[in-house]
Design a protein around this ligand. Structure first.
Ligand code: FES
Length: 268
């Protein structure tokens, strides 16, 4: 049985909220989980599902990006999620969580420069990825778009770990992206992106045209995502594989996929 199927068959674990820190329109929520396995091997770009619980009145599962995992012998295994501030999460609350699910971002084998591109709350995986990249010695530059400054997530954390953080409006993102890709001070060998699919396509086209490696988290949690475990088909996405069009299920077969998958195949 592979790890992903194993995760789907697990009933989830009870996680206790140990801290809640405000970050704009979001709360950074720290949870204590029984650990360390399987969380110790988790990566940015993986998912956490809070399953349906009729006893609590929830009729739909909630799907969240995993925003961080910290494991130490004194404090045990801690997991971070970014939840909407409107949820009013409280310390001491108990959540049943299933995860980590899906395929996350693999950091580069060598300490090469990286550009991270995100949009609003969809950029949660980048918050953790920038930390991982810094630990690996990769200079990381972050480019974020948001329609409202309040929707930029946890900038203090990002600025602590990134070489640079550039904020832009959604309509200005394509031009800002071109500038970053052509900036000798950034010069990314790899581009990571987490945003709605049309933005990911723009990032993939621009970066691949310059011969950069591109990996994208091809799941928009603000869009139609119902189960997060590959059962419902709500997240199905048309992609290009081997020069032909096919449908993949990002929450199961991704969410992180090569940027090439989102670029239209040239005519044969
Ligand atoms: S959200 Fe249900 S299959 Fe992806």
């Amino acid at each position: 049985m592979n790890a992903e199927r194993g995760a789907l068959l697990r009933p989830g674990v009870e996680a206790v909220v140990t801290a809640v820190r405000p970050a704009g329109a979001f709360d950074v929520v720290s949870l204590q989980v029984p650990g360390p396995s399987p969380w110790a091997g988790a990566r940015p770009g993986q998912l956490v599902v809070v399953p349906v619980d009729p006893r609590c009145g929830s009729v739909l599962a909630q799907v969240h990006w995993l925003a961080g995992v910290h494991d130490d012998p004194v404090h045990g295994t801690g997991v971070e999620l970014l939840l909407p501030a409107a949820r009013e999460t409280q310390a001491g609350e108990v959540l049943r969580v299933l995860g980590p699910l899906g395929r996350g971002f693999a950091p580069p084998a060598q300490p090469v420069p990286a550009l991270l591109v995100g949009h609003e709350g969809g950029a949660v995986p980048l918050r953790w990825l920038v930390e991982v990249l810094r630990e690996r010695g990769c200079p990381a530059h972050v480019l974020l778009s948001a329609s409202d400054p309040e929707l930029h997530l946890d900038l203090v954390h990002l600025r602590r770990h990134a070489r640079s953080v550039v904020l832009t409006l959604p309509e200005d993102l394509p031009a800002a992206l071109e500038r970053a890709l052509d900036d000798p001070g950034v010069d990314p060998a790899v581009v990571y992106a987490a945003a709605p699919v049309p933005v990911l396509r723009t990032v993939a086209v621009a970066a691949l045209r310059r011969g950069r490696v591109v990996r994208v988290a091809a799941l928009d949690l603000a869009g139609p995502v119902v189960c997060g475990t590959g059962l419902c088909g709500a997240c199905d996405l048309e992609v290009t594989l081997d020069r032909s069009t096919t449908v993949v299920r990002p929450c199961l077969e991704g969410p992180v996929v090569p940027g090439e998958w989102l670029v239209e195949a040239p005519p044969r």
